[in-house]
Design a protein around this ligand. Structure first.
Ligand code: PEP
Ligand code: MG
Length: 751
């Protein structure tokens, strides 16, 4: 940028600031700003369009076009040149607009005599809020310097819009973050909750986008970047010191590279020279990077840009002094809203504090999901951009059953939602009455209902839900939620507390199931083309037996003379089970030699999560003390449909004839060898599915504690023999899923 252009831009921003400081309603201010820009840029027209809703832009102020068109003229995203700028988030600079792609003639606003058009996206943190347009009679494209000056102005407009500086008549000028908004995401954990937003990383607010002394701002930026470098170096040091993993180091090395990048700093210094404050300059470059990010097809590069984004956030927090802790009080009934969150950070909140969780990203099988399940609070993943729209304290309703988030809901939504909550509460009260009763079907068959758990904090649910035991204790969380491998003594203490809490009720401990979606922070992550089909669970345990042996020792010591039940995840063939089982026996022998107390009873089982195990030799079934069907994985491998992929994960019905028949076959094979078999995937907690599994012969189901009531309620009202006949009839008719027939039958049966 030339010196002259720089001082022009600074002058314009200086006047802009004066205008913003003047008294007056939002509309007046915006009008003055458009006049100011038109006169400074020597163009006949300057207009500001802002989003009125996600799809529609509204002309909010203009100098040069017909004043009557203000708040009347609207266009859809992608429509005309303005719509194109908004959709693509990119500048359109045309000397001859009418012949440009996408031009749309709008006689009602009187722009016919202005052939030149330059539209600049008004963006904040990569989010497009509107479009700034200048047009002139002279047919010429603006110079790079002029476009840049307008980008700087657009940046300031974005900040002011965000701060509500223009709140006025038109709908688009309503204060931002005040309208109701609805988001559709994925279901991480079912349930409903009402509360107030608690942002994990509150947005940084920049109240001073324009600065008059560039030297002071450059010095502030320099100092902040220096502090950033030091903090990245410190992080690198500590990662090196504890010898942890290469990919964590790689990320930090990239951070360091960015933090030392001259071109990044140069661009921000240029923005400052043009009149922006240091923080506005950081935001401007962050916005530009985010814009690039959304267009990059390469995942690796996208990750790198994410790194830059993260680094910019850190820099903004240093500059503004706004940490994650803004001093705001956690609201009542907090619902955590975050772009993403790791299990350790989530666990810091402690059970019982959060009422729900909404993640812009996240995934169905992420660690956060495991925690939310453990806490039995609703979780929405892939919710879109809730973090951009929500403010701390906003009223929020989370419908985990449908994957819907209502932010600042209006009265109709509130009423409908509360009705739903009341109905669920009523149902819960009904279920509580069944707590002491068995899940005895009308035919006399009794189904044992156990609960799944992964934290000590969940054990009280054994009592309150009426579960007969813990059918699956996932042991990953103790490994995931810390930076290093836990020590044997720590684990033994945790497992002992789980057994203490369970009292006489049995607990099935599943050995570490990592890999695939569950990656330990300190374990080298292999770059695998298909992690779900890769080196995971028992495969890791057998290839690198150190951790598994340590875990087995911890379990034996925790049992300390009590019965112990151990289960291995993801066994795909007999040999794997034999070897894993032998390891338990070896550890028992070793403990005996060391003179430690041995478990009074030992059961070693396998999870059946791959179809192959359904066809394993009879000897496998004879050797296993029990089998538990891990339906979450089994189903994904049975149908070859990724359980994490929203596009396919619901494509195949659990009540599909082939799947049910396969489950039935497993149950039959277990019956032949007298091997106890249970089902512990999520489907066991869905009443209809649970009933069909029971009809297929399963007599033990393990599920989330909250599902025990609803499942028991249904089981007690049906005759499983009849259910089996309905399924058989439906199967015989050649249909794909028995669901419709089962539902029809249920409607008359339990009406
Ligand atoms: C399963 O796969 O069904 C299971 C219970 O294990 P996880 O969900 O932990 O993979
Ligand atoms: Mg599994």
């Amino acid at each position: 940028m030339t010196d002259q252009a720089e001082s022009e831009s600074r002058r314009l921003l200086g006047r802009l600031r004066e205008t913003l400081a003047e008294e007056g309603a939002g509309q007046e201010r915006l009008d003055r700003i458009t006049q100011l820009i038109a006169s400074s840029m020597q163009t006949e027209v300057c207009s500001v369009y802002l989003f009125r809703d996600a799809e529609t832009l509204e002309l909010c102020a203009t100098e040069g076009l017909r004043p009557e068109a203000v708040h009347q003229t609207r266009m859809r995203l992608g429509e005309g040149l303005v719509g194109r700028v908004a959709r693509d988030g990119r500048v359109v600079n045309e000397a001859d607009a009418p012949s440009a792609r996408g031009f749309r003639f709008m006689p009602e606003i009187g722009e016919e005599t202005f052939p030149s058009f330059c539209g600049i996206p008004i963006q904040r943190l990569g989010e497009t809020l509107g479009v700034l347009v200048v047009q002139s009679r002279e047919s010429r494209a603006l110079s790079d310097d002029e476009v840049y000056a307008l980008e700087v102005v657009a940046m300031v407009l974005a900040e002011m819009t965000e701060l509500g500086a223009f709140v006025g008549e038109g709908e688009a000028l309503r204060a931002r973050h005040t309208l109701p908004a609805m988001f559709q995401g994925g279901i991480g954990q079912e349930g409903v909750a009402e509360g107030h937003v608690w942002l994990h990383e509150p947005r940084v607010v920049v109240t001073n986008p324009i600065a008059d002394n560039p030297e002071v701002e450059k010095a502030r930026l320099k100092e902040a970047v220096e502090r950033l470098r030091v903090s990245v170096d410190d992080m690198l040091q500590s990662v090196r010191a504890d010898g942890t993993e290469a990919d964590q180091r790689e990320v930090l090395e990239t951070y360091r590279m960015f933090a030392n990048s001259r071109s990044w700093l140069n661009r921000m210094e240029e923005d400052i020279a043009a009149g922006l404050s240091a923080e506005a300059a950081v935001e401007k470059e962050q916005s530009a990077a985010r814009q690039r990010l959304s267009n990059v097809p390469d995942a690796y590069l996208r990750d790198r840009l994410h790194d830059l984004d993260d680094l910019s956030n850190r820099l903004l927090r240093i500059l503004t002094g706004q940490g994650n802790d803004t001093g705001a009080e956690m609201p009542e009934n907090p619902i955590l809203v975050a772009r993403n969150i790791g299990p350790a950070e989530l666990l810091e909140f402690g059970r019982g504090r959060l009422k729900g969780i909404v993640l812009d990203q996240g995934s169905v099988a992420s660690h956060a999901t495991i925690v939310a399940r453990a806490w039995a609070i609703p979780l929405i993943v892939h919710s879109g951009a809730v973090t951009e729209e929500a403010l701390n304290g906003d009223h929020i309703m989370v419908d985990g059953d449908q994957g819907i988030v209502h932010l600042r809901p209006d009265d109709t939504v509130v009423t409908a939602f509360r009705d739903k909550i009341a109905m669920q509460a009523k149902a819960q009260a009904r279920y509580a009455g069944l707590r002491e009763l068995p899940a005895e079907a009308k035919c006399g068959s009794i189904v044992a209902l156990h609960m799944n758990a992964g934290l000590i904090a969940e054990l009280p649910s054994l009592e309150s839900s009426g579960a007969e035991g813990v059918g699956l204790f996932r042991t990953e969380l103790q490994f995931l939620a810390r930076p290093n491998v836990p020590r044997r003594g720590e684990l033994a203490a945790i497992y002992a507390r789980v057994m203490d809490a369970a009292g006489d009720k049995p607990v099935v401990f599943r050995t570490l199931d990592i890999g695939s979606d569950k990656v330990l922070p300190y374990m080298k992550r292999e770059d695998e083309p298909n992690p779900a089909l890769g080196w995971r669970a028992i495969r890791v345990g057998l290839d690198k037996p150190g951790v598994m042996r340590m875990q087995l020792q911890a379990l034996i010591r925790a049992a300390n003379g009590r019965p112990l039940t151990v289960m291995f995840p993801f066994i795909a063939q007999f040999d794997e089970f034999k070897t894993a089982r032998q390891q338990v026996l070896d550890e028992i022998a070793r403990e005996r030699k060391l003179g430690h107390v041995l478990p009074s009873d030992l059961k070693i089982g396998a999870m059946l999560e791959t179809p192959s195990l359904g066809f394993a030799p009879r000897q496998f079934y004879e050797m296993a003390d029990f089998i538990s069907i891990g339906g979450n994985d089994l189903k994904q491998f049975f149908f070859a449909a990724d359980r994490e992929n929203e596009r396919v994960r619901r494509r195949y019905d659990t009540l599909n004839v082939s799947y049910l028949t396969f489950i039935e076959q497993i149950v039959r094979r277990c019956a032949e060898t007298g091997t106890p078999v249970s089902f512990c995937g999520e489907d066991a907690g869905r009443p209809i599915e649970a009933m069909c599994f029971a009809a297929m012969g399963l007599r033990t189901l393990s599920m989330r504690p909250a599902s025990i009531g609803p499942v028991k309620h249904l089981l007690r009202r049906v005759n499983l023999d009849e259910a089996k006949s309905v399924i058989d009839r439906a199967r015989g008719s050649g249909i794909q899923s028995v669901r419709a027939d089962v539902m029809d039958w249920l409607r008359t049966e339990v009406a």
